[in-house]
Design a protein around this ligand. Sequence first.
Ligand code: FAD
Length: 482
Amino acid sequence: MKVIMQRHNPAPRPMPDTALLARFAAIVGPAHAIAEPTEQAPYLREWRDLWHGKTPLVLRPGSTAEVAAIMELAHETGTAIVPQGGNTGLVGGQIPFGHEILLSLGRLARIRAIDPDGNTITVEAGVPLAKVQEAAASLDRLYPLSLASQGSCQIGGNLSTNAGGVAVLAYGNARDSVLGLEVVLSDGRVWEGLRALRKDNTGYDLKSLFLGSEGTLGIITAAVLKLFPRPRETTVAFAGLASLEAVRTLFERMRAASGPMLTAFEMMPERAMEFLTRHVPDARDPLSRRHAWYALIELSGHQGEGETRALVERILGGAIEGGIVADAAIAETLQQARALWHLRESLPDTQRHEGGSIKHDVSVPVARLPELIERGNILIEAMMPGARPLPFGHFGDGNLHYNVSQPPGMAKARFLAEWAPVNARIHALVLELGGSISAEHGVGRLKREEIARIKSPTEMELMRSLKAALDPQGILNPGKVL
Ligand code: FAD
């Protein structure tokens, strides 16, 4: 696997010499400058173990001023910098590959302010997503961004990747939750954009440039985020269905009947249940027999009078009578609701126990999801008989993790050697269906060449112009995205 991922090295730059490294280290102090390889190791390997990075130095700044001083010195000396949050990114964007200094933002971990009246929270980039959610909950508010990696990923990483997750259907993705940003620019200047305004039409929306730019345009050091009223009740249900068309029909019915109360509609195939029950010790199939497809549905309400449960019962009851849903379970307790979510959240990890897996994070218009899966499965079987597609994801957003586990018994390396051709075929299908080859994980290193092929020359030129304007020396996360 490493063979594929090591191919696209950024243009070589001189390695910073010992004297320069000492100047960088002095900014954060010796306790927060890591040069020792064994201590660096956790920063240089990532979750999927696809990339093994290399850096002369890991810096752990403790304030925006320190980040600014680091970038000022980097600008003066032409030193490349790779920002890193929780290191849960799945496209290699947070990994340095030789000469770049790694800037780990985890010490910027203060919640600077929380305003329940204005419904905003101001947090530093290194605050883990779960802590932002907890801080909001402590004041009876909701910060809706929710990902399986939320205990480890940090808000700066979430905003830099414009993360999606399981609540996009109702609340949008990370970008939609931001009112203001504080950003350190490539030359060390600080853009003080920490505004908490809901309306501000004074020219270009600068914050948008940094959201989803994967550390290539600036370093996010703090953000003002929107909070929402905390739902008084939620109802979680799990439905078994015979076909993808049935999943789509159920989604349409749920959305039509519950509108914004529908806060999640996730989908997984029978193979997911097989993997879950085999590899996750406390995972139990909530239905009495296996089904070709499953939908996990969550409705949230603000009345607290049982309206979500009544609605779920009515819609699922009608769908069972109409032959759309074969069987369903509705969580009776918080614990049961958590157990249903646990199935969905544990799923990405189960694949590693089944040997190699080739991943796709794609989106198409919701109505075309069944076609994507059906045609994708035919393509995979033709390319690699016995390979096991595991298409799951955020059905309501048209976002599918079209992952493929290796055929049982095949050598992992042989299977993974097919990563690029398999990606090429599935991505071509996604584009034919009017979709995107990166729905929520970003571009990083993994998809850099591909977006250059797919996007129009005008679109690429605009992106390069923005990069040149904000990072003229190309020192911010070089070799990523562009
Ligand atoms: P990192 O991985 O450290 O960095 C990601 C990118 O952002 C890199 O390019 C890095 O250079 C840049 N960056 C980080 N911090 C900053 C900063 N302060 N300023 C500028 N640039 C910065 N993603 C989803 O969208 N939806 C999901 O449902 C989802 N589920 C996941 C489940 C699991 C189990 C795992 C391991 C990952 C999942 N992800 C998901 C991917 C990942 O969690 C997200 O991309 C997350 O937003 C990355 O945050 P991080 O702090 O770990 O960033």
